[in-house]
Design a protein around this ligand. Structure first.
Ligand SMILES: [Zn+2]
Length: 384
């Protein structure tokens, strides 16, 4: 509970706790840094430390009503806002926020979790903070006296999703802050937030987490055994949110098998058989294709590292030592850098909704030739 739930970010935790201890709590904060680095977790821990009725030095007692209610997302003076689409089912907002009681790293936003029952998968739907939302969910509750805590706290996830109208309304709130109100804005990059808003906030930078911190977190939550936690942590690219999603998905294991099989068939390069694999992959839809390509890229990068540094290489797929050894020995002329570039290019194309089958067929051909060390790998053409 409290600061313990925040993975890594020791510098930030210390700084926020000191702000409370020295009675220098700014009325507006902007936490910025990559997705999954723990901005929301830190904001909630900060809120708990502010609402703790027993401690006033930035720590938490863990037993008072404040300490009990904030992490369970039921404190009447702590508001979490999520940007949403015009037609979002508003009852669902509460259910999304409630997910944070289980873990402050749960994926709750509408872009990455379009529906509550379906995990993963992304949506292209535009979400934003609507003017009404700023007025009803923010201005009204933040202008009363705290109900039972010492502070009124609002946490705005994805603060970059404010359009001009809502941003102006929000700016007014920031300019005339009520007593004992704290706004915590979360954004991935500083330049996503309007300068007029940014300049009124105390800025706190979050850095990507390192793999060891992520692996420890997964083990502590019981989401993965040590060996798998290490693999997932390296795949997660500094994001604990991503690591949790990977750990909870059944997709990863099957994807790793599929990708290895895809490479084997690309190497054999027997026309029809390869196209069957390509069709199989193309039929899975954009998000799934992107996921498989990410896993494939991880495997190729591992091979690159492995051929350069041998067994001590900092590879992602730690449990694939044998696979990598065989691959490196069997294909000494493979052009791994070309293979990695081809996968990255295909990811770029798939993201932009090109004809997926064509892009994947081209990838298979390039992989096939590159594995044989074929010098005549044609330049990757532009696909329409
Ligand atoms: Zn307490």
């Amino acid at each position: 509970m409290g600061w313990d739930r925040v993975i890594g970010q020791e510098r930030v935790k210390h700084m926020l706790a000191s702000a409370i201890a020295s009675d220098r709590v700014a009325h507006a904060w902007l936490f910025y840094g990559p997705a999954g680095s723990g901005k929301r977790a830190a904001a909630l821990a900060f809120a708990q430390a502010l609402q703790c009725r027993e401690r006033f030095d930035g720590t938490v007692c863990g037993a008072c009503p404040g300490c009990h209610k904030v992490p369970r997302m039921v404190h009447p003076d702590v508001h979490i806002l999520i940007p949403h689409a015009n037609d979002a089912v508003l009852q669902e907002l509460g259910a999304r926020v409630a997910l944070l009681a289980e873990s402050p790293y749960a994926v709750i936003d509408y872009t990455r979790r379009p529906s509550l029952d379906g995990a993963g998968g992304a949506s292209n739907k535009q979400v934003s903070y609507l003017l009404g939302q700023v007025q009803e969910e923010l201005r009204a509750p933040m202008s009363y006296r705290p109900v039972e805590g010492s502070w009124r706290i609002a946490i705005l996830t994805h603060a970059q999703s404010m359009r001009t109208e809502s941003a102006n309304a929000f700016l007014k709130l920031l300019e005339e802050p009520g007593k004992n109100t704290v706004f915590i804005l979360l954004a991935e990059r500083l330049d996503q937030v309007l300068p007029t808003i940014m300049s009124r906030c105390q800025q706190v930078r979050f850095t990507p987490l390192d793999a060891v911190e992520i692996a420890e977190g997964l083990e502590r939550e019981g989401l993965a055994p040590p060996d798998m936690a290490a693999v997932l942590a390296r795949m997660a690219d500094g994001s604990y949110e991503q690591a949790r999603e990977l750990a909870m998905s059944t997709e990863l294991r099957s994807s790793r098998d599929f990708v290895l099989d895809f490479l084997r068939h690309a190497f054999k390069a027997s026309g029809d058989d390869m196209m069957t694999r390509v069709d199989e992959l193309a039929a899975q839809g954009r998000e799934s294709i992107k996921f498989h390509l990410l896993v494939l890229l991880g495997l190729i990068r591992d091979l690159l590292l492995f051929t350069e540094a041998g067994k001590d290489a900092p590879i992602v797929n730690l449990d694939w030592q044998e696979v990598l050894t065989k691959f490196a020995a069997g294909l000494p002329h493979a052009r791994l850098d070309t293979m990695a570039e081809a996968v990255e290019h295909t990811m770029y194309m798939v993201e932009r909704n090109v004809n997926q089958r064509t892009a994947l067929a081209h990838l298979a051909t390039t992989l096939s030739r590159s594995m044989r060390g074929d010098i005549q790998v044609e330049a990757i053409p532009r696909l329409r």
